[in-house]
Structure formats: structure tokens, C-alpha cells
Design a protein around this ligand. Sequence first.
Ligand SMILES: [Zn+2]
Length: 103
Amino acid sequence: MALHFVSKVCVGCGNGFQTSNNSDKCYNCTLDDITHGNPPEEGDFNTARIVSGTLSAQERNYLQQDLESAELGRTTEEDTGDEEEDDDWEYDENEDARLGHEG
Ligand SMILES: [Zn+2]
């Protein structure tokens, strides 16, 4: 799918950049907005790319595949180590009996 890029001037830093989604901020300023000056995490780079619309068609396809494989539960990279927590709640019969038969 072809992307339509337009040239804009970033409202944050005044530099010219090309965006496919009419963003007002360039990639760097968008990343700044996301991280608020903190060290960016891996996903922040992708988010900044998407939000600022500076992703090329090829990059977007690549990212799309990445996201799709993640949604399907197929990890293309190393295991993240995420484990689902089992809620081991047990019904207490004694507690119920005590409340129901007082005296
Ligand atoms: Zn900028």
C-alpha cells in the first residue's frame, strides 16, 4: 500500500520533515512527547514512528507483520518471560457453615 507523504515543518523544533499522517511533530519531538525526557523503551520508537507518520511504507509493513505475529502469540524474538498468573482461589466450606449455623 502506498503512503502519501507531505512535507511539514515540526511545531516542536522547526525542522522540516515528511509525514504520512499529517502529524504536526517530527519523529524526534514525538518521541520526546512519549518519553517525557525519560530513556525510551523499545516500543516507544515504534510508537513515535507511527504517531509522527514518518514510517516508510516498507517499515510500516515490517512493523505490521511484527505486531500481527505478536498478537497471534508467535514470538519472533526471544521469550519475554511473561507468565499468566493463576488465581488459586478456593471456596471455604467451613467458613460458610460457620456463618450459616451460628450458636
Ligand atoms: Zn521536531
